[in-house]
Design a protein around this ligand. Sequence first.
Ligand code: UDP
Ligand code: MG
Length: 328
Amino acid sequence: MTTTPFSLSVVIPVYNEEPNVAVLAKKVHDALSAFGRTYEIILVDDGSRDASWERLCEAARMYPHFRLIRFRRNFGQTAAMSAGIDAAKHDVIVTLDADLQNDPADIPLLLAEMERNDYAVVSGWRKDRKDPFINRRLPSILANGLISRITGVHLHDYGCTLKAYRRNVLQGVRLYGEMHRFIPALCSWVGGEIAEVVVSHHPRVAGKSKYGIGRTFRVILDLFTVKFLLRFTGGPMQLFGKIAFLFGGGAAIMLLIVLLERLFGSGGAEHLYLIKRPFWVITPFMLLAFCMQFISMGLLAEVQIRTYHESQDKRIYAIRETFESPPA
Ligand code: UDP
Ligand code: MG
């Protein structure tokens, strides 16, 4: 258990949420000023085309501890969250949607759970989710089951943005593509326990959802990448090498059978082998080619992985301007 209470960085991605910004800013401010911790509220405007940025600046002038980041264009929710996480200064990072579907009043619940048992991640669970069933909740149930199974990190609600992370755990995680929903699974690589807390959920009352059913497919593709990153960044050669051995072994066995037949089998000149048993002669060479392919793919991947790890200073977004609440 830690003795000093955690300080908090709240990170909120904002894209075309003009009608929600004022209420959101007030709710987050109210929740955090009442909570009594050191905090900052980082809002990342992901290239909104409405007046979200102007509304955000108004909020930052009105309330203390607001820090705003504005992207040059729309880079996506993952990039927006990533920028907020990079900018965060405090012990615990809480992420949250800007559309008021999550309730900022739940933030202390997540923190209490984290402090209770020294968890690395506390994930919000929208048990009573207020979204349409067929195109939102059903795909989400299937996706959560699949992600849990494949990553081995069992959560009811990967899609809920309201989650709390230890900053030292989260900063070891680099986000690409649309990977924000996999942050808990990626955090498991760093180590540390993950807990779940039921949070409230509200229907979207203003603004539009930025996603459709197409997201399901992108999530599944990202899942492959996450699985790969989790298991094989340690050594892709271990994966490709095993497959190579499989093909190489198959080739060796088949050639051995041909050889034994040639030595001990009954009749037939050797030059007939290719004609009589083409499968047993051609296939092994094909398998050997596969074997070599996988070995070289493994080696290439090893090189890639090193590049991946050693060039992490790249950012997946570009900042246009920033703004902060004036000092009190
Ligand atoms: N968002 C963003 N960039 C995008 C799309 C969405 O920053 O390109 C933000 C959006 O403003 C909201 C959060 O990400 O705060 C979740 O988006 P949304 O509510 O549309 O997703 P849903 O809740 O429908 O899954
Ligand atoms: Mg939403």
